[in-house]
Design a binder for this molecule. Sequence first.
Ligand SMILES: [Ca+2]
Length: 160
Amino acid sequence: MNPLVAAAAVQAAPGIIDKSFSLMKVVFLTAITAGGGFFIYKKIKGNTKVTPGNNLSKLQISKTGLSYSDSEYGIMAQSLYLAMDGPGTDEETIFAILQSMRNRDDLLMLIKAFGIRRYGIVTSLWFGNDLNLVGWLNEELGSSDKAKVRSIFNNLNVPF
Ligand SMILES: [Ca+2]
């Protein structure tokens, strides 16, 4: 059940239990049920794809050709996170950042700076999966945008 529908149903029902507590409980249980189902689905579906960032500590990056500073990769990674976390997707920001990657090492640094972040259903704080940048992009983007990202990655000799 949609949490909002559940909340409305609880609010409409007369009860001896404190309504706000009851409402919180229903929303929480709905979230657990939905989150649990999603988690199990993801576990069954699996993530067998080998992408850079699956093993961040082994990512070989030559620092000599980098176009940006460490903190700039950090800021860009955080901007990507904010463009994807929560409802909706800010595709414009995602592509602006990805297109500013000039070489393979730039993109690998961005992937490393993004690291592994919890991807949730509603926000990153809710139940979800730990994913790298490639995993996040795959969750957030539609098929035509994924194709665009794939060509950016592949042009820089990075699998997607
Ligand atoms: Ca989102």
